[in-house]
Design a protein around this ligand. Structure first.
Ligand SMILES: [Zn+2]
Length: 350
């Protein structure tokens, strides 16, 4: 069992017990939680449980040995709707839902209906995973809503999303929602050590990931670890590092998302630093980059004339960042969004 799944099973135990006791499996399950927290892993586990040939959903757990369980663990049996279409093959296991570059389109649902037909028996025969449902186009959302009004017999839909506020409320109301909880820092650090992440990276990646294993692992990768430092250096000397960050964020949606995450985390730290009574004694989460953050903070304070004005600047940048994140869900020019995000920082530091 993947590490982290045992943590999420605490959330699943009660609803799975109820479904087992009543024999009523909800036709639409919505898994919510931070990007990289393990939603697809949990969805696959539920898929195994529902389709297990040895045990089936009347048992407490899947056998993880039958051909059905094995093919789901390899991503072959779940039908996964995503940017690559309803191919029937799962994308592999990076858990980076937020890296899903595409938006779900109405065509994929049409193809799915044509391909799958409708089941006729009472047993669960198809489990359809719809990752990143918060990135569906409105048209696709309406299309799936229509499908879910009368779910085909024997089909179970598992939707995942980071932010349910972005889903159609009518869609959410048709789902049984399970919210996955962040991993505690101690469990997360334990897993990172098991995965042989360099010891100097463990605490920082854990602190920046907010309890998401996928995000912590992503941050620990060499390239991202280096870029994290460049983001802090950008705060201290924006003109020098602007182009590097724009180029990096434009090359891949994961980079763009990471840039947003890291600027957001850095800004949170700066706001906390400037907020009494912690003033001056703030424990920076990126303990290796304190010099850069302090240099940036001192410059902003000097440019804007006071700590309060500096704090207002950081708060306004956080609001701006949320807007940019929302815009990034639509197919837009990431280069322009990155410039939008970074350019205001040039006016407040050297
Ligand atoms: Zn099985």
């Amino acid at each position: 069992m993947p590490r982290g799944l045992d943590h999420h099973l605490k959330t699943l135990r009660i609803p799975m017990g109820q479904w087992r006791n009543t024999g009523l499996i909800p036709p639409v399950i919505l898994l919510t939680g931070l990007a990289g927290i393990g939603k697809k892993t949990v969805a696959r586990y539920l898929g195994q449980w529902l389709l297990c040939e040895t045990f089936g959903p009347s048992c407490e757990r899947p056998c993880e040995k039958c051909s059905s369980c094995l093919s789901i663990s390899q991503g072959l049996r779940l039908i996964e709707l995503g940017s690559s279409g309803a191919s029937g093959a799962g994308q592999e296991d990076s858990e980076s839902d937020h890296s899903n570059t595409g938006v779900l389109k109405i065509d994929q649902f049409r193809k799915l209906k044509e391909k799958m037909g409708f089941g006729s028996d009472d047993q669960v025969s198809k489990v359809i995973l719809i990752p990143s449902a918060d990135r569906m186009t409105q048209q696709a959302g309406n299309s799936i809503l229509k499908l879910l009004e009368e779910p085909p017999q024997g089909w179970v839909f598992i939707l995942t999303c980071n932010d349910p506020a972005l889903l159609l409320p009518t869609l959410v109301s048709r789902c049984i929602r399970l919210s996955l909880k962040p991993l505690s820092p101690s469990i997360l650090e334990e897993i990172l050590r098991e995965k042989k992440i360099a010891s100097g990276r463990v605490a920082i990646c854990s602190a920046l990931s907010l309890g998401s294993l996928g995000r912590a692992l992503l941050l620990a990768e060499d390239e991202n670890w280096t870029q994290r430092k460049i983001i802090a250096q950008f705060l201290a000397e924006p003109g020098k590092h602007l182009q590097n960050l724009i180029d990096w964020a434009t090359t891949h949606p994961i980079h763009f998302d990471l840039l947003l995450d890291l600027v957001e985390q850095g800004t949170h730290d700066l706001i906390l630093w400037s907020t009494p009574p912690q003033n001056g004694a703030h424990a920076w989460r990126q303990s290796d980059l304190v010099t850069e953050f302090q240099s940036h903070a001192a410059q902003v304070e000097k440019t804007l004339g006071s700590k309060d004005a500096a704090r207002n600047f950081w708060v306004s940048q956080n609001e701006r960042l949320s807007e940019i994140r929302l815009k990034s869900f639509a197919p837009v020019n990431r280069k322009l969004l990155t410039q939008d995000l970074l350019l205001p920082w040039l006016g407040v530091s050297a």
